[in-house]
Design a protein around this ligand. Structure first.
Ligand code: AMP
Ligand code: MG
Length: 338
């Protein structure tokens, strides 16, 4: 069975085509990073216009690369929430057009769940329940994924998302947008003492032991204070400190989520998982704690992409899920917890 996935929820326009939810036939991604760089963050109006300009070309290229015809598509899956409304609408309209011309069933899907579904393209088997750890520019949360289409929130961020914190701290350090890769590179240049601990404060000390909760805005302020008070610290050292304090919190929340739910299998996804230090830390944490943890090996699968949408679509289509052409898009996460 061949299916298409359309992703336009934020700042990547992407079309992916997969066979049987596990074999990638084509993937085209246009990243808008350079268009948003001058503003230090994503400008929604620029994002939706750029999706509109690029989507037709990407669709043609993806179809050519996959060497399939529209008649061969069993479904067209499209990200319908959460995301920027104007951007989501561009992908939704493309899915509706394909449906109107070829009668292809439409599957509006949840962006967050597609970040976990993408692991099947790297051979990770579908076994539920799993904990879904999502760390991206807009989300920092842990979910209990009961099956595709059914997910419950275990813990969320009280303020910034982790990717957002990386981007803001990069701004404080005069590093380019998006900050994640630049902070990672600087942190890797720092050579800490063997037992060196991050000097930034441990966060959420006062929360009850079983509470799963992220907070990164205090960490950003702590970096700001550090920059003012300790001018002798190098950028490399600050980046190392910031990264490790943030990752300490991720580990601590994962530990809490595992003990709260009893689930010892984790799917991790989202743009921040492109960070190799985080990937290594999570893997070694999982081994030490007898937890099975999977995260995308290919960086392209951490980024928003159409292949993950097509993969999630495959599982939902098999369960008989489909929607009429008048489905809605939404910036909110609420409706996915059904
Ligand atoms: P997404 O929201 O999934 O599109 O991911 C984008 C976010 O991931 C941005 O906030 C980036 O700064 C962040 N990001 C990308 N690469 C890295 C990295 N190597 N380390 C940390 N964060 C990253
Ligand atoms: Mg993005």
């Amino acid at each position: 069975m061949i299916g298409m996935g359309i992703e336009t929820s934020c700042d990547e326009t992407s079309i992916g085509i997969v066979r049987d939810g596990k074999e990638l036939l084509s993937l085209r991604i246009f990243s808008q990073i350079d268009m948003h760089k001058p503003y230090g963050g994503i400008v929604p109006e620029i994002a939706s216009r750029a999706h509109l300009e690029k989507i037709n070309f990407l669709l043609e290229e993806a179809m050519e690369e996959a060497k399939v015809s529209f008649e061969e598509l069993s479904y067209v899956a499209v990200t319908s929430s959460p995301g920027l409304t104007g951007s989501l609408m561009v992908g939704a309209q493309m899915a509706r057009c394909i449906h109107m011309v070829y009668g292809t069933p439409i599957l509006p899907v949840c962006h967050l769940q597609s970040h976990f579904a993408v692991l099947h393209l790297e051979g990770v088997p579908t076994e539920f329940p799993v904990l879904g750890l999502l760390l991206s520019g807009g989300n920092s949360a842990i979910y209990n994924l009961k099956e595709f289409g059914r997910m419950e929130l275990v813990g969320d961020t009280m303020d910034d998302a982790l990717g957002e914190a990386f981007d803001k701290v990069a701004g404080l350090l005069d590093l380019p947008y998006p900050g994640g890769p630049y902070i990672e590179a600087k942190a890797l240049e720092y050579k800490p003492a063997p037992d060196e601990k991050p000097v930034l404060p441990p966060l959420l000390r006062n929360l009850p032991q079983d509470q799963v909760s992220f907070s990164f805005s205090g960490l950003k302020t702590a970096v700001m204070v550090l920059l003012e008070k300790q001018k002798n610290l190098s950028k490399e050292q600050i980046c190392w400190n910031f990264q490790n304090s943030a990752f300490d919190l991720v580990e601590r929340n994962l530990k809490r989520a595992v003990s709260k739910t009893g689930i010892r299998r984790v799917f991790a996804g989202g743009g921040v998982l492109a960070n190799s230090t985080l990937q290594k830390r999570l893997q070694s944490w999982a081994e030490k704690n007898s937890v099975e943890l999977f995260s995308p090996k290919k960086k392209i699968y951490c980024t928003d992409n159409g292949a993950m949408v097509a993969t999630l679509g495959y599982y939902l289509f098999q369960k008989g899920y489909k929607r009429d052409i008048d489905f809605t898009v939404s910036p909110s996460r609420q409706e996915i917890f059904s």
